[in-house]
Design a protein around this ligand. Sequence first.
Ligand SMILES: [Zn+2]
Length: 330
Amino acid sequence: MEEFRRLQHSRSHDPTAPACGTSECFAQGMPTHDHPEFYRRFGKTAKGDPRWQCRLCQKTFSAGRPARRQKRSDKNRMLFQMLCNDMSFAKICKITGMTYQDLYKRIDFFHDQVRGFLVEREDFSEVDFHRSGSRFATDSQTLMINWPTRRQRTSVAIQHLCTAHARSGYIMEASLQFDPSMSMLEAEAIAGNANEDHVSIAFRKHARVWTRTEFDAYLAKLQKQKSVKLTNLYQLPHRGVLVRYDILQHAHALRLRDILSSTDAPLYFVMDDDRGLQQAFSSAFMNEIRAQRADLAVVSFDKGMTNDRRNQVVAAGQAFLSGLTGVSHA
Ligand SMILES: [Zn+2]
């Protein structure tokens, strides 16, 4: 549930909404339009943007056009296109004349804008899933992230779990196995204070994220079993914390249950032959499955097949399907 709430927050919190930014303030991150009780209007900036003051910490902040503090905001459209079309950062900097530091800041800016856009526009309760189809496909990908440290460049493998609406391709939910809001030291301290090492992970209060101690022990076990060759690929991120993948899978399935709670359309979930994912969806949608309103379709591939054999299998499958449905496949 902790992880579910984290994912829910990231899709329901608009980072672009004007709000108090003082880190120790109670009103921090609470938008002015949701919590007018914490704020008062405070004139305008030199450029004419409205200014607010936090009643709790007295700090002021402005609202207005999102790119108002950027030097060359006219480049944003092109920059966004470049980032979405596999262009390397080196090339982007060369073409636009930006520094890496500016580029990273601009990426953070885009990220906030996209999140703000989703919070404002995305409303699944308005979707008629009977009409638009209610088949969904879930898959994960491993993102190899180059995470420079002071000592050496190492890669960190982070899972990215996605569920797409089959007919439109719309991404219903995307969950990253990474929580930037907590540090490794905090995770270690919380786990240490809880003093629950003797309890199985499934029954611990604090098991959502990997601590370094646990991760090192896990690596040692894998190495003993000789199942990892490149230990470099299995680093923890150096900032933020890595969420346990099974917990992420369950939280992801719960997010979908939440998103689809307003429809009574029959649900079809298509997924890889991944035990964790199947468990997560069958427990999140237990009631719907029991009532025969939801089905899980598990897809597996024999990657060693030759092309000829693949074509044979596809032809046999289509013949079988035609036999059952009477619909021929052109
Ligand atoms: Zn404040």
